[in-house]
Design a protein around this ligand. Structure first.
Ligand code: PMP
Length: 351
């Protein structure tokens, strides 16, 4: 009997939300943006270079554009294939201690997958009953810290001072703040990178920039952190960023008006949907993201999830401890959200 099987790295993969492809579906399950990206993005395709050639392994153009956009030096920016790639690379680069890394018990469910993949010891730090982080809990011994702000799937934002206390209290660990949803009303902790050498702030093009399909993410931190990330990336795959991602990702940064207008639209839809949901006896914490994390006082989340799915309205249900009576609902267009609300009203027998 051959034994090669015993050498397989066994992992339980992350389960992304469904990507059904139905004509009239309403897709509110993976926090994509319902609006198209700026027309300038497509125009950016013209600047693509020669497809015969490998792309620039240092991604100079996009890194420079992002650095300019955020008022940073190029040496303070690292880009990757979506923020998942940036996060995976960061786990590999910074979380190499025997001490456990810390992240919330309810959070982005890829963190424990990467920890398992790279054999990084980890500890899930419980959120309060109200799903808030407790900063004192992050003062225990650790080999690194990672959390999203606003948190996912709750949408709850912690203030910059809260993040600062965690970063300041852990000078011997790299603290990764995943700001995937920060553009939807949160205050960024980006400025703290100038004062704390152990802070890495991660962003994505997938939500606020309407470019989940392009796969662009990035992070910002001091030069030493960025250099370490580049060294690991260059030891793994020199060409993670393809030419299209570089050209179109750079173009996206040129249309600030479009960006702001569409983010504001999603925020106003979110507030309106929130009011409608409250009338239907749903409750949820105030969200600073492009989704609401809702629970109903009477009807089970799973039943609502299945009812909606039958009508081709997709939301996200997590069959996990503490959150198995909640639904995460991405904010779509006003028309989509009206149909979502109408379906709930019919189901709950509300006129
Ligand atoms: N962080 C959080 C908190 C997320 O919810 C997501 C989306 N699944 C990501 C990172 C990854 O997004 P992307 O790889 O599309 O940038």
């Amino acid at each position: 009997m051959s034994t090669w099987r015993t050498n397989i790295r066994e992992v339980t993969p992350y389960t992304p939300g469904e990507q059904p492809n139905k004509e009239n579906m309403i897709k509110l399950n993976t926090n994509e943006n319902p609006y198209p990206p700026s027309p300038m993005v497509e125009a950016g395709g013209k600047e693509m270079e020669d497809w015969r050639l490998y792309p620039d392994p240092s991604v100079t153009k996009l890194v420079h554009a992002l650095a300019q956009y955020h008022g940073l030096l190029d040496e303070q920016v690292f880009v990757g294939v979506g923020s998942d790639d940036v996060l995976a690379m960061s786990f590999l680069t910074f979380f190499n201690s025997d001490k456990p890394i810390l992240f919330p018990d309810i959070t982005y469910s890829f963190y424990d997958v990467w920890a398992e993949l790279y054999k990084i010891p980890y500890k899930r730090v419980p959120l309060t009953e109200q799903f808030r982080l407790v900063k004192e809990d992050y003062q225990q011994e650790n080999g690194g810290i990672v959390f999203p702000n606003p948190n996912a799937p709750t949408g709850i934002l912690e203030p910059v001072s809260f993040v600062e206390d965690i970063v300041r209290g852990n000078p011997d660990s790299v603290v990764i703040v995943d700001e995937a949803y920060i553009d939807f009303g949160g205050e960024t902790c980006l400025n703290l990178i100038h004062r704390y050498e152990n802070l890495l702030v991660v962003r994505t093009y997938s939500k606020s920039r309407s470019l989940a399909g392009l796969r662009v993410g990035y992070c910002m931190g001091n030069k030493e952190l960025i250099e370490a990330l580049n060294n690991v990336k260059q030891s793994y795959n020199s060409y993670t960023m393809n030419q299209a991602a570089i050209a179109l990702g750079t173009a996206s940064l040129k249309d600030e008006d479009y960006f702001r207008e569409h983010v504001a639209k999603i925020i106003s839809t979110r507030e309106w949907v929130g009011e409608e949901l409250r009338k239907l006896h749903f409750s949820f914490a105030p969200s600073s993201a492009n989704f609401l994390f809702i629970t109903h006082e009477r009807v089970k989340a799973k039943d609502i999830f299945e009812m909606l799915k039958e009508q081709d309205i997709y939301v996200r249900y997590f069959d996990k401890p503490r959150i198995d009576n909640y639904l995460r609902v991405t904010i779509g267009t006003d028309e989509q959200m009206q149909q979502f609300i109408d379906a709930l009203k019919r189901y709950l027998n509300v006129k």
